[in-house]
Design a protein around this ligand. Structure first.
Ligand code: MTE
Length: 314
């Protein structure tokens, strides 16, 4: 079994989000004072990416909690293909090429194929859903996503009666994605859901956030958002969706099954083997908050797991 890459990270790469962001503010201050010339790569990393505005109607299930600052949500990221440090994805974001982009839909569906992303998105009206994202590393954010229900897309491709799971894959492109040149995870990044989780109206495919297209570091041009699960289930830059009869392998399950279960429902009662999951730090806040079962979405989703031992199936 490969050792969990998070476990191998040097201490500085799992910095407390508060300190990381403070350091970023400090760097920002230094730039403002005219030190930019001595920090050219950081200056580039801090530059706001090009944002294309998106029109979206207000969607269901939004939280009324204040959204995380755009600057924080786009510079403190996990996207191992673009590096393991929280600041690496924004720094390496330009490496990811998102045009043209194709999405393959295969497996247990009546209509399979490889499609241009623009064509596949056309029939889906965009909604804004303000959801919490809770990372397994005990930090969280509130993000106004722009997307549409994954179930609406899957239904168009007519799942067969054998479709019990949905598997997702990120782009495999070691030439452009520096992280894939290291065997940190079993590339491409893979995730999976049970079909009822995938069809649940809370589960969305996002193409944008903060009323504009997704920045590369947040998973452009298409990512999954499953708000009641730990963030690692929300796979970025998806190129393949496969409906399957058997439970699919997932990257984190393969690398450290004891630490990252297939279900990964946010659960304050089940600690990660190396840290507590009882509390979390919302990026931009100093105090810690209690982590809520199913990340606060229990009313909508707890019923999916009736009869399942959530300690065993963490
Ligand atoms: N998807 C891919 N392809 N690669 C990754 O490393 N990291 C996951 C998830 N999706 C990851 C990924 C983890 S651990 C988290 S917490 C979320 O993305 C973070 O999303 P954000 O950077 O938009 O906050």
């Amino acid at each position: 079994m490969a050792q969990d890459p998070l476990f191998r990270l040097p201490e500085r790469e799992v910095t407390d989000p508060r300190l990381f962001l403070r350091r970023r503010e400090f760097i920002g201050g230094a730039l403002a004072l005219g030190a930019a010339a001595s920090l050219p790569s950081l200056a580039r990393a801090e530059a706001e990416p090009t944002r294309t505005p998106l029109n979206a109607r207000a969607g269901a299930f939004s939280t009324d909690e204040p959204s995380t600052d755009y600057a924080d949500a786009t510079t403190y990221n996990n996207f191992y293909e673009l590096g393991t440090g929280k600041g690496d994805p924004v720094r390496n974001a330009a490496a990811l090429r998102t045009k043209p982009w194709t999405l393959t839909i295969e497996g247990e569906v009546a209509r399979r194929g490889r499609f241009d992303l623009d064509d596949i998105l056309k029939p889906h009206p965009l909604e804004e859903r303000i959801y919490r994202l809770r990372c397994v590393e005990a930090w969280s954010m509130v993000i106004p996503w722009v997307g549409f229900p994954l179930g609406d897309l899957l239904r168009r491709f007519e799942p067969t009666s054998k479709a019990r799971y949905v598997a997702f894959e990120t782009l495999l492109d070691p030439e452009h994605l520096p992280g894939q040149r290291r065997s940190l995870l079993d590339w491409p990044y893979r995730e999976g859901l049970r079909i009822d989780e995938a069809m649940h109206p809370l589960t969305i495919l996002a193409v944008g956030m903060y009323a504009s297209t997704l920045p590369n570091q947040n998973g452009a041009p298409l990512r999954l958002v499953v708000p009641w699960k730990y963030g690692f289930k929300s796979i970025k830059s998806i190129v393949r969706i496969r409906l399957t009869e058997q439970r699919p392998a997932t990257s984190w399950n393969l690398s450290a099954p004891r630490e990252y279960g297939f279900y990964a429902n946010v659960n304050p009662a089940v600690d990660h083997p190396r840290w507590s999951q009882k509390r979390e730090r919302r990026i931009g806040e100093f105090r810690k908050r209690q982590t809520l079962p199913f990340n606060g979405y229990a009313d909508a989703v707890a019923g999916l797991y009736a009869g399942l031992d959530l300690r065993e199936n963490h």
